[in-house]
Design a protein around this ligand. Structure first.
Ligand SMILES: Cc1cc2nc3c(=O)[nH]c(=O)nc-3n(C[C@H](O)[C@H](O)[C@H](O)COP(=O)(O)O)c2cc1C
Ligand code: SF4
Ligand code: SF4
Length: 386
């Protein structure tokens, strides 16, 4: 058994269930390391994709069982999909459990810079505690960043170095968990608690505002052949293929920017539009209340004062969602025009050859995703292990 150094007679559990959600394979890799450690120590393990909350019916309730939940960090907290999954878990009845969030570690020269998972693992642990689970510990672990709509990806050597360290950290965590030790007050967890509290407003902003903006940045460049892999393997069914003769993906509001569609597109056709993002920012980020109240103040004296208060903020929010949706709808129609597509593609960082696209090197699409039942596209022609 690699990495782990336990004596089997001290192991507290007989069964381990791991539920994971993974956009680009990092969280799957950690879940798989956990599985290997547990199996190496004689446990029977089951591993489930959190594709649907119905997975939770598989939870074991025996006292010699433990359940782990593994997922990526988004916006210094847990993704919305995972929060919903945790809320829909059946009551825990003291079932032992643990949570692990993967986050974006960087390697710069010899230095490893940790990511910030903030409240990610704690918020899920808290929901589980409230549901009656006996949460034994939480962990945040660095994996290579998959947020390449934000920055270029790391070299393969750096990625592998980060993944090797993640293996060691995961083994240490699992060793303690399997011996029934609590893993709460580690230096790393205390730092993340601090960040989680400090960045909580950003996390709330991300969950209720930012993620909708990010969802509307994606578009398909001219390489897209309409194969439908992106739509068929999205956990959230957040892509619809539009157009009968020349189908192209359309990203809906429920996209969580997990990067899976982009990472596994066989033609590298999914772009996270940067120039389009700037345009969208100026359309949707305009404080609508300022204009509305300045117009209204011609007729109602003093109303201008409201534009920056809570009332103004509500007006801005009410404007924000439809503004993004309508703009994306128009953008989606225009992007079919080859010249428009060319301009936005060539002013998008993800299109640059040096930028790169990340997926965990050893992970296949079939490891992390099941094809949607109602998939209607020709995905058979795409070999999953391509
Ligand atoms: C939309 C988005 C938001 C992210 N936010 C954070 C973050 O706040 N902190 C962090 O350390 N990593 C962040 N990341 C990086 C991922 O959490 C990290 O690469 C993770 O290991 C990806 O796991 P997966 O491949 O299982 O999806 C973010 C990634 C994406 C795509
Ligand atoms: S997977 Fe890529 S090529 Fe296939 S439809 Fe989606 S964007 Fe187009
Ligand atoms: S549309 Fe793409 S980025 Fe969005 S949730 Fe689905 S697979 Fe992830």
């Amino acid at each position: 058994m690699e990495g782990s150094c336990l004596s089997i007679k001290n192991i507290h559990y007989k069964n381990l269930d791991i539920h994971f959600w993974s956009g680009t394979g990092n969280s799957y890799r950690i879940a798989d390391y956990m599985r290997k450690t547990a199996e190496g120590n004689g446990l029977t393990t089951r591993i489930f994709m959190i594709e649907k909350s119905s997975n939770t019916t598989a939870l074991k309730t025996a006292t010699d069982s433990i359940t782990g939940i593994v997922f990526p960090t988004h916006g210094f907290t847990a993704p919305w999909h995972i929060l919903k999954f945790a809320c829909r878990l059946p009551y825990g009845k003291s079932l032992h459990a643990f949570c692990a969030a993967t986050r974006a570690g960087l390697k710069i020269g010899p230095a490893f810079i940790p990511g910030i998972s903030g409240s990610a693992a704690f918020i899920v642990a808290l929901i589980m505690l409230l549901k009656g689970y006996n949460v034994r510990g939480v962990m945040s672990v660095d994996m290579p960043s998959n947020w390449y709509s934000l920055h270029p990806i790391q070299s393969r050597i750096s990625q592998e170095a980060i993944i090797d360290r993640a293996r060691i950290k995961t083994d240490r965590f699992m060793d303690k968990i399997l011996l029934n030790k609590k893993v709460w007050f580690t230096v790393n967890n205390l730092c993340e608690m601090f960040w989680g509290i400090l960045l909580s407003l950003i996390s709330i902003g991300y969950l209720f505002i930012g993620r909708f903006f990010l969802a509307k940045l994606f578009f398909a460049n001219r390489n897209c052949d309409g194969c439908g892999v992106c739509a068929d393997y999205c956990t959230l069914r957040a892509i619809t293929m539009q157009g009968k003769t020349d189908p192209k993906p359309f990203w809906k509001y429920n996209c969580e920017s997990c990067m899976r569609c982009s990472a596994f597109c066989p033609r590298n056709a999914v772009e996270a539009g940067h120039s389009w993002g700037v345009v969208l920012y100026f359309i949707a980020g305009v404080p609508a209340s300022a204009y509305l109240f300045s117009w209204l103040s011609r007729y109602v004296p003093g109303v201008q004062m409201q534009s920056e208060g809570w009332f103004g903020n509500i007006i801005n929010l009410l404007y924000y969602y439809p503004a993004i949706f309508i703009s994306y709808f128009i953008f989606n129609a225009l992007i079919r025009i080859p010249a428009v597509n060319w301009i936005f593609t060539h002013t998008t960082m993800t299109h640059l050859p040096f930028w790169g696209r990340y997926r965990e090197p050893g992970t296949l699409l079939k490891n992390i995703a099941v094809r949607n039942k109602n998939a209607v596209h020709q995905t058979e022609k795409i070999k999953q292990d391509a």
